[in-house]
Design a protein around this ligand. Structure first.
Ligand SMILES: C[S@@+](CC[C@H](N)C(=O)[O-])C[C@H]1O[C@@H](n2cnc3c(N)ncnc32)[C@H](O)[C@@H]1O
Length: 315
């Protein structure tokens, strides 16, 4: 399949890339050097397909996705195509960014971007259940090789552990109540499906999606992945090159904002005489996040919660 054919795949109306123009236009390709770009969250390659068109045959484009099905689809597309840059597919969580790049001898990169959250297909599919609108098994794993499912958490975490994940990821004063409600109700029957959980938390109808989201974050260790991967990405970037992060909820955006903010300071300790010797490594393109235009939101409602942050490495 040619690059043109990959575009056809990307026209799949189950997924529309968010902030496509903003991300693609931010990427500069220099013809007199090797550009090494990393897409950490490939899925339908909606962003990647546009970026690949700008790249040269001596460039390298590295594609990560934790979900092996997405990578398999991408592999079929590439095998039949004639893309200009060399493409390296990595089926891994981006928490392993540095380690996986080391395996393929990549020590420096020129561009990296994250388009967090799930693909719309994940939200609609039955097997792994990411959405709570239908009665599906409590799974929620992005990577089907990982062992911990939402069912394990709901049935086996104790009340304190459940409260902690709800406090951290739902940020609600009701966390304790919900944790105890779950523990009480599983004394009779273990939780099997989404509706089992939905019934037990029926007293918090407006908060359901946040409770389910908290579980998903725990199952996939989503925030830990960002906390490790983004600093690793910044270390891997060459001077004058860029990182772009698109996130979809405030917890994710806060992590990006805090890491970026820390990297724009020369000292991050509170000692009278600096003992951390931290050197600023980033320049922000703007303090405020990049948001989708009204036009984009009209066209793709799922984009309305997107926020992007873009920074350049300066050392
Ligand atoms: C929103 S989609 C990316 C869409 C893509 N940029 C496009 O425009 O077509 C996010 C993808 O990232 C993957 N993903 C989410 N978290 C990940 C992680 N921690 N490591 C690797 N892949 C991840 C999901 O499997 C999903 O395919």
């Amino acid at each position: 399949m040619t690059v043109k054919n990959i575009e056809i795949t990307n026209k799949d109306d189950r997924h529309i890339s968010v902030l496509l123009e903003e991300l693609v236009n931010s990427i500069e390709i220099f013809d007199n050097r090797q550009n090494i770009i990393v897409d950490t969250t490939l899925w339908m390659a909606g962003h990647a397909i546009q970026i690949i068109k700008k790249m040269n045959k001596w460039d390298i484009f590295i594609w990560f996705d934790a979900d092996d099905r997405n990578l398999k689809l991408a592999k079929i597309n590439i095998e039949n195509s004639n893309p200009k840059p060399k493409i390296i597919l990595i089926n891994s969580n981006f928490i392993n960014l540095k380690e996986e790049l080391n395996k393929v001898w990549i020590e420096k990169i020129t561009w990296i971007y994250y388009d967090l959250w799930l693909s719309s297909l994940h939200l609609d599919e039955a097997e792994r259940w990411f959405s709570f609108m239908r009665d599906w098994p409590l799974d929620m794993r992005l990577d089907n090789n990982s062992w911990k499912t939402a069912k394990d958490i709901i049935n086996y975490y104790n009340a304190g552990e459940l409260r902690e994940i709800f406090m951290k990821y739902w940020e609600s004063s009701q966390s304790n109540k919900v944790a105890h409600k779950i523990v009480d109700s599983r004394k009779n029957n273990k939780f099997e499906t989404t509706f089992d959980l939905s019934e037990v938390i029926a007293g918090w109808p407006k908060e359901k999606s946040k409770i389910f989201q908290a579980l998903r974050i725990e199952v996939n260790k989503e925030l830990e992945a960002m906390e490790k991967s983004i600093p690793d990405a910044i270390n891997l970037l060459e001077k004058d090159w860029n990182i772009f992060v698109i996130s979809f909820h405030s917890l994710e955006d806060r992590i990006t904002k805090n890491i970026f903010r820390r990297e724009t300071k020369d000292c991050i300790c509170t000692d009278l005489i600096c003992s951390c010797h931290h050197k600023k490594s980033l320049k922000l393109h703007s303090k405020k996040p990049i948001l989708p235009s009204e036009e984009e939101i009209k066209y793709n409602k799922r984009s309305r919660s997107a926020k992007a942050r873009w920074a350049t490495k300066i050392i």
